[in-house]
Ligand binder design. Structure first.
Ligand code: HEM
Length: 153
């Protein structure tokens, strides 16, 4: 029952983070880029990120908490398969990239939008797009490793 709950929370957190990035990167951003002018587009995206990033932070905490808890129940880390080690490594890289986005271009985007400096805001957004693209690919790989890894050991 505990393991079932941990897996459920683990997968829901992965779903919210990776699925949110997929929607933002593959559907929302390309659409607003063709429909809205920079002032409306960049203001909208700041609002979207402000809400989404709260959920990303919660998801990161829950992924590590439930992940380590599952490892603890399995025995210990040395016994964990390669897929769990890979998942942890990629999750750490993804978390660092999220931290870089949050402290760097996202902060710059908010600042530039508040001052209505649209070229600077556009440049910050371009950096966020590239970094989210990298994290999306890493997130999808992690989901594949997490779900299929145990059958490949
Ligand atoms: C972006 C981050 C992560 C994603 C997208 C992710 C995704 C997944 C998925 C989809 C599963 C399969 C669940 C199932 O089949 O029911 C899984 C299992 C698991 N994850 Fe993660 N995970 C992430 C981070 C972590 C972290 C940080 C840890 C460790 C601290 C971890 C430890 C585990 C463990 C131990 C399992 C069970 C594997 C098994 O039973 O073979 N995960 N994860």
């Amino acid at each position: 029952m505990l393991l079932a709950s941990l897996f459920t929370v683990h997968v829901l957190s992965a779903l919210i983070w990776v699925g949110g990035m997929f929607f933002a990167h593959m559907a929302l951003r390309p659409t607003v880029a063709t429909v809205l002018q920079p002032p409306e587009r960049l203001t909208l995206l700041v609002g979207v990120f402000a809400r989404f990033f709260v959920w990303v932070k919660i998801s990161i905490v829950l992924l590590f908490l439930t992940g380590f808890w599952i490892i603890h129940i399995y025995g210990n880390f040395a016994k964990a398969g390669w897929h769990i080690h890979s998942m942890l490594l990629i999750a750490v890289i993804m978390t660092i990239i999220f931290g870089v986005i949050y402290a760097g271009p996202y902060k710059a985007l908010r600042y530039a939008v508040s001052l209505q400096q649209w070229p600077a805001a556009g440049a910050a957004m371009a950096t966020i797009r590239r970094l989210v693209g990298i994290n999306l690919v890493l997130g999808l790989i992690t989901v594949v490793i997490g779900t299929s890894g145990r059958f490949l050991v």
